[in-house]
Design a binder for this molecule. Structure first.
Ligand SMILES: *[C@@H]1O[C@H](CO)[C@@H](O)[C@H](O)[C@H]1NC(C)=O
Ligand SMILES: *[C@@H]1O[C@H](CO)[C@@H](O)[C@H](O)[C@H]1NC(C)=O
Ligand SMILES: *[C@@H]1O[C@H](CO)[C@@H](O)[C@H](O)[C@H]1NC(C)=O
Ligand SMILES: *[C@@H]1O[C@H](CO)[C@@H](O)[C@H](O)[C@H]1NC(C)=O
Ligand SMILES: *[C@@H]1O[C@H](CO)[C@@H](O)[C@H](O)[C@H]1NC(C)=O
Ligand SMILES: *[C@@H]1O[C@H](CO)[C@@H](O)[C@H](O)[C@H]1NC(C)=O
Ligand SMILES: *[C@@H]1O[C@H](CO)[C@@H](O)[C@H](O)[C@H]1NC(C)=O
Ligand SMILES: *[C@@H]1O[C@H](CO)[C@@H](O)[C@H](O)[C@H]1NC(C)=O
Ligand SMILES: *[C@@H]1O[C@H](CO)[C@@H](O)[C@H](O)[C@H]1NC(C)=O
Ligand SMILES: *[C@@H]1O[C@H](CO)[C@@H](O)[C@H](O)[C@H]1NC(C)=O
Ligand SMILES: *[C@@H]1O[C@H](CO)[C@@H](O)[C@H](O)[C@H]1NC(C)=O
Ligand SMILES: *[C@@H]1O[C@H](CO)[C@@H](O)[C@H](O)[C@H]1NC(C)=O
Length: 803
C-alpha cells in the first residue's frame, strides 16, 4: 500500500567524519522509533517487544495510523495494540486509557470523558521513544511512560502536585474508553470493580483494511493510590452508578462517530513521593479472563523498571545477531537509518499464538500480515536472515490459516481477512522460505504448503477481494487477465488487469519452483509455462510521451481485451507524473495498481534475460531503467520500486545498482521524523534501507541476493539456528562513498565473480571480501556472472545446480 509523498530526486550525500563503534547493547542507541512518524510514514513509535501483540503508545487525533504522530495533533489516550506503517484507516488502538490529575472544583462532571473533549496537547520536547519505552508529558503536566511485555502494557503516570484543573486538588481519575482508533466499534461492554478499581471489558470492532469483525478484551489494574470511587460514562456524562454498561449500535449514532462510553476509577492522592500511579493493561482476543491472566502472569508486581529493562534486553537479544563496523567517518545518521530499519522489520507480523479465537491448533498463530503484497519484497527476506526461527513460525501460521480458512491470505489483520492488492503473494514468501531455509524449517508441513499454493493457482474463491485470485478462467484459457474480463465465478475489484497479470505470472513461477523441488515435475512444467504469460500484455508498438514529448522508448505492458485487441492506458498513468492517486484499490481503479505500466513492464523477476531481450538488449534496458529512475516516473515510497534499483545486475551493470542505492539513501531514507518516502507498511521501507545498506538485496521467491558494496566497512551476521557467521568486508572503503564500485571479490579467499550470492552464505557462513574502486570495473559483468533467469538457465528451479 502506499500514500503519495513528495518525490525528491536529490543527489548523493557527502558524509562527514564521525564514527561510533557499535555492537551488542549500544545498538539500541542507534534506533529511533520516531523515524517516519509524519508525512505518511505512519510508523508505530511506541513500546513493544519483537513481533509482540502488545504495542503501547499515545494516540493522537491527527495522522493516527501508527497511534502517535510527530506533529501538533492532540493526544486522546494511551492504547495497547497497534499496527505500524499502514495506509488507509488506522488499525486497533482499542480501549485507550486517559488520565486526569483532578476534576475542576473536584466535581466528577467537570472531568472530561469523550475522545473529542479530552484531546489534549503534548508539552513540546517531552516525547521520548526507544525500543521498549515511550514517554510524553501532557499539557495537564501529567508525565506518561509506557513499556510492555508480550500481551500487557504497563503505564506509569506521574501526576503534578497541583492539578492544572481549576480548584482541583490531586485526586487522579483514569478512564478506559470502549473505542478504537478508527471508531469502528460495533458493540461493547465494560465493567469496573468498586473495591479494586479494576476496569475490564470487551468490544466488537472492524478491521482496518479487510472484512468482518473481531472481538477484543482488556483488563486494567492500578497500583500506587487508594481507590476513591468508580463508575461509568456515556456521551461525556459520568456517574458512580452503575458499575458496568453495554453499548450497541443504535442505528442513528453509528460510526464513524460512535457514542463515547467507558468506565473510570478515581483515586486519592498517590501514596508515594513521586505522585505516580501504575496502570497495567492485559489484552486478549479470547476473553476478559485471559486478558487478566496475561497481565497477572507477565507483570505480577507492577515493576516498571524491571519490565523496561527486560524489554530492552529482548530487543538487544533480537538484533545483536548483526554486528556492524561502520568504518572511519561514516555519518552516524546512516547507522540510525540502518538500525531503525532493522528494528521496524521486527514489529510485525505479530505473535498472537494462544490468542486465536477462530480455531484451536497447536500451530503458531501470527497476525498483522499487513500486507504480504508489501512484505514479500524485503521484510520477510530480512526476517529470514536475522530471525529464521520467527520466519518459520510465521510461515507455519500462514499454512494453518489455509488449513482452517481454505486460503492463504494476501493481507490479514485483527483476525480478519484483508484485501488482496494484486496476486496471491504468500506463494512467494512460502517458496522463498523453502528455497532458503528448508533445512532449518522445523515443524513446517511442505506438502500442505504446496496444496495451499495449488489452491491459489487453480481455484477461484467466491470473494477474491480477500483471498486467492480473480479471473482464473481467463488466466487458464486466454493466458492474461482481460481488461473487460468475463468472470461469473467470483467477485472482486475488476481492475488492475496489467499488474494482476504480471503478479500471477510470478506467483506461478514460484509455485513451479516449489513443484520442482517437491518432485511434482509435470506441475512444474505447467506453472513455468504460465509464468511466461506476462508477455501476453506486452504491446511492442506502444510508445510513451510525457507532456507531448516522446520518451524515446517503445513497447510497454498494455491493457488487453477479451477479444485479444490491445487497449491503451498511458504508460505514465498511475506514476507520480500522472494521476498516481487514481490507482488505489478502489472500484474505479485502473489497469495498474499504485504504479505505472512503465514500471510494471519491468516486473518479470524470474526472467529478466527475456525481458532484456524483449526491450532491446542490455544497453537499451539500462537506458530505460535509468529513465525510469531519473524521470520522476518511479516513486521509491511504494514497494514495487525496490526491485528496479537492482535490476541493472541482470544487464551486467552491478555498478549502476550501487549508484542507484546511493541515489536513494540517504536522500529519501534519513534519520529525521520525515525520514521515509512512503507508508512504512510494517517495515517495508525499513527493510529496504537495511538490506540495501547491507549490500545484499534479495530477489524474493528466488535464492538470490544481488551484491553491491555495503554502506559500512564491514558487517557480520550470526545465524540464530546454525550459529554460522556470514561476514562482508569492503576493502578500500571510504565514507564519502566515492569507492562504490566492486573491482574484485573473494569468498572464503577464492575469487568470486558472480554478482549475486545465495542464502547458503547465511546458513553456512563465510567471508565475502569486496575490493572497491572509484570506477566501474569488469567484475560481475559477464554472462556467467549474472543472476539466473528462466530463459537462460539450464535448471530454473532449486538454484542448487549449475546456472
Ligand atoms: C550527517 O548527515 C546529515 C544529513 O544526512 C547531516 O545533516 C549531518 O550534518 C551529518 N552529520 C555529521 C556529523 O556528519
Ligand atoms: C489541540 O488542543 C488545543 C487546546 O485545546 C486546541 O487549541 C487545538 O486546536 C487542538 N488541536 C487539534 C489538532 O485538535
Ligand atoms: C509546540 O510547537 C509547535 C511548533 O513546532 C507549536 O505550533 C505548538 O503550538 C507548540 N505547542 C505547545 C503546546 O506549546
Ligand atoms: C514473548 O514471545 C516470544 C515469541 O513471540 C517468545 O519467544 C518470548 O519468550 C516471549 N516472552 C516472554 C517473556 O514470555
Ligand atoms: C475557584 O472557585 C471559586 C469559588 O468557588 C471561584 O470563584 C474561582 O473562580 C475558581 N477558580 C478558578 C481558577 O476557576
Ligand atoms: C455484538 O456484535 C456481535 C457481532 O455483530 C454480535 O454477535 C453480538 O451479539 C453483539 N452483542 C450485543 C450485546 O449486541
Ligand atoms: C451489569 O452487569 C450485571 C451482572 O453481570 C448485569 O446483570 C447487568 O445487566 C449489567 N448492567 C448493564 C447496564 O450492563
Ligand atoms: C477451543 O478449545 C476450547 C477448550 O476446549 C473451547 O472452549 C473452544 O470453544 C475451542 N474453540 C474453537 C474455535 O473451537
Ligand atoms: C475488441 O474489444 C474492444 C472492447 O470491447 C473493442 O473496442 C474492439 O473494437 C474489439 N476489437 C475487435 C477486433 O473486435
Ligand atoms: C486525473 O487526475 C485529474 C485531477 O488531477 C482528474 O481530474 C482526472 O479525472 C483524473 N483522470 C483519471 C482518468 O482518473
Ligand atoms: C529525508 O527523507 C524524506 C523522505 O524521503 C525527504 O522528503 C527529505 O527530503 C529527506 N531529508 C533530507 C535532509 O534529505
Ligand atoms: C575513472 O573514470 C574517470 C572518468 O569517469 C577517469 O577520469 C579516471 O581516470 C578513472 N580512474 C581510474 C583510476 O581509472
Amino acid at each position: 500500500m502506499g500514500k503519495m509523498n513528495k518525490v525528491l530526486l536529490a543527489s548523493i550525500l557527502s558524509a562527514l567524519p564521525f564514527t561510533v563503534a557499535q555492537s551488542g547493547s549500544n545498538i539500541l542507541s542507534f534506533i529511533k522509533p520516531l523515524l517516519g512518524t509524519v508525512n505518511g510514514g505512519h510508523v508505530f513509535p511506541g513500546a513493544t517487544l519483537p513481533f509482540a501483540m502488545a504495542k503501547a503508545v499515545a494516540d493522537v487525533n491527527g495522522e493516527d495510523q501508527g497511534g502517535f504522530a510527530s506533529d501538533n495533533s492532540n493526544i486522546t489516550g494511551f492504547s495497547h495494540m497497534h499496527d505500524s506503517g499502514t495506509g488507509g484507516s488506522p488499525s486497533l488502538g482499542n480501549f485507550p486509557l486517559f488520565p486526569q490529575a483532578g476534576c475542576s472544583d473536584d466535581l466528577l462532571d467537570n472531568c472530561v470523558f469523550a475522545k473529542d473533549t479530552r484531546a489534549i496537547p503534548r508539552i513540546n520536547g517531552t516525547v521520548e521513544a526507544h525500543p521498549g519505552y515511550f514517554a510524553v508529558s501532557l499539557a495537564s503536566n501529567i508525565h506518561a511512560e509506557m513499556t510492555t511485555t508480550n500481551h500487557t502494557a504497563l503505564y506509569r503516570f506521574t501526576f503534578p502536585k497541583t492539578p492544572v484543573e481549576a480548584n482541583a486538588t490531586l485526586s487522579p481519575l483514569i478512564l478506559a474508553d470502549l473505542s478504537d482508533l478508527p471508531n469502528s466499534r460495533i458493540n461493547g461492554s465494560i465493567f469496573v470493580d468498586d473495591s479494586t478499581g479494576r476496569i475490564s471489558g470487551s468490544g466488537v470492532f472492524s478491521p482496518s483494511f479487510g472484512i468482518g469483525s473481531y472481538t477484543a478484551h482488556f483488563c486494567s489494574d492500578f497500583a500506587g493510590a487508594a481507590i476513591r470511587d468508580t463508575g461509568v460514562f456515556m456521551n461525556d456524562r459520568a456517574g458512580s452508578e452503575p458499575k458496568n454498561l453495554t453499548v450497541v449500535q443504535d442505528g442513528i449514532n453509528n460510526s464513524p462517530e460512535i457514542l463515547p462510553a467507558g468506565a473510570w476509577t478515581r483515586f486519592h492522592a498517590p501514596g508515594n513521593s513521586h505522585n505516580q500511579i501504575l496502570a497495567r493493561v492485559g489484552v486478549s482476543f479470547i476473553s476478559i479472563d485471559q486478558a487478566c491472566s496475561n497481565a497477572e502472569t507477565e507483570i505480577p508486581d507492577f515493576d516498571f523498571d524491571a519490565v523496561h529493562t527486560d524489554a530492552q534486553q529482548a530487543w538487544t537479544d533480537s538484533l545483536d545477531v548483526i554486528d556492524v563496523t561502520p568504518g572511519q567517518g561514516v555519518n552516524s545518521s546512516l547507522q540510525t537509518v540502518f538500525w531503525s530499519g532493522v528494528y521496524r522489520s521486527a514489529l510485525s507480523p505479530q505473535d498472537y499464538t494462544g490468542e486465536n479465537p477462530l480455531w484451536n491448533s497447536t500451530e503458531p498463530y501470527y497476525d498483522s500480515y499487513y500486507c504480504i503484497w508489501d512484505s514479500f519484497r524485503s521484510i520477510h527476506s530480512l526476517i529470514t536472515i536475522i530471525d529464521p526461527v520467527s520466519q518459520v513460525r510465521m510461515m507455519r501460521s500462514l499454512v494453518d490459516i489455509y488449513r482452517h480458512e481454505g486460503w492463504l491470505p494476501d493481507c490479514r489483520m485483527s483476525l480478519c481477512k484483508g484485501f488482496t492488492q494484486g496476486g496471491s503473494n504468500a506463494d512467494i514468501i512460502l517458496t522463498d522460505t523453502y528455497l532458503k531455509i528448508k533445512s532449518i524449517s522445523d515443524g513446517m508441513d511442505w506438502e500442505t504448503t504446496y496444496a495451499a499454493l495449488l489452491t491459489d493457482a487453480e481455484e477461484e474463491p467466491k470473494n477474491w477481494a480477500v483471498e486467492g485470485r480473480g479471473g482464473l478462467t481467463s488466466w487458464k484459457t486466454l493466458h492474461y487477465i482481460p481488461t473487460d474480463d468475463y468472470d461469473p465465478y467470483g467477485v472482486g475489484p475488476f481492475t488492475r488487469s496489467i499488474s494482476r497479470t504480471v503478479e500471477y505470472a510470478y506467483d506461478d513461477f514460484c509455485i513451479a519452483e516449489m513443484a520442482q523441488a517437491l518432485g511434482h515435475t509435470a506441475d512444474a512444467q505447467k506453472y513455468l509455462e504460465r509464468s511466461n504469460y506476462w508477455r501476453n500484455m506486452y504491446n511492442p508498438n506502444q510508445i510513451s510521451t510525457i507532456n507531448g514529448a516522446d520518451t524515446g522508448f517503445t513497447g510497454f505492458l498494455q491493457p488487453r481485451y477479451l477479444n485479444g485487441t490491445f487497449g491503451v492506458q498511458d504508460p505514465i498513468f498511475c506514476s507520480p507524473l500522472l494521476n498516481f492517486t487514481s490507482c488505489y484499490l478502489n472500484p474505479d481503479g485502473h489497469e495498474t495498481y499504485e504504479g505505472s505500466a512503465w514500471m510494471y513492464t519491468f516486473f518479470v523477476p524470474h526472467d529478466q534475460a527475456s525481458l532484456i531481450a524483449t526491450l532491446g538488449g542490455p544497453a537499451e534496458f539500462v537506458r530505460r531503467l535509468d529513465y525510469l529512475h531519473e524521470s520522476g516516473l518511479l516513486y521509491i515510497g511504494d514497494e514495487q520500486a525496490f526491485q528496479p534499483v537492482f535490476q541493472y545486475h541482470y544487464a551486467g551493470r552491478p555498478a549502476k545498482s550501487a549508484e542507484r542505492a546511493h541515489f536513494y539513501i540517504p536522500s529519501q531514507f534519513n534519520d529525521t521524523v520525515v525520514g521515509i518516502p512512503g507508508n512504512d507498511d510494517s517495515g517495508a521501507m525499513g527493510s529496504f534501507a537495511a538490506l540495501t545498506m547491507l549490500g545484499l538485496f534479495p530477489n524474493p521467491g528466488q535464492d538470490v541476493y544481488f551484491i553491491i558494496p555495503p554502506f559500512f566497512e564491514s558487517w557480520s551476521i550470526t545465524n540464530k539456528v546454525t550459529g554460522k557467521v556470514a561476514t562482508v568486508q569492503n576493502i578500500n572503503f571510504d565514507a564519502a562513498y566515492q569507492n562504490i564500485y566492486i573491482q574484485s571479490a573473494t569468498l572464503d579467499g577464492k575469487a568470486y565473480n558472480k554478482n549475486w550470492i545465495s542464502h547458503s552464505f547465511f546458513l553456512d557462513g563465510g567471508v565475502l571480501e569486496l575490493t572497491l574502486g572509484r570506477n566501474e570495473s569488469a567484475w560481475g559483468t559477464r554472462h556467467e556472472d549474472l543472476p539466473p533467469s528462466l530463459s537462460t538457465s539450464a535448471d530454473m528451479t532449486g538454484y542448487h545446480g549449475d546456472w
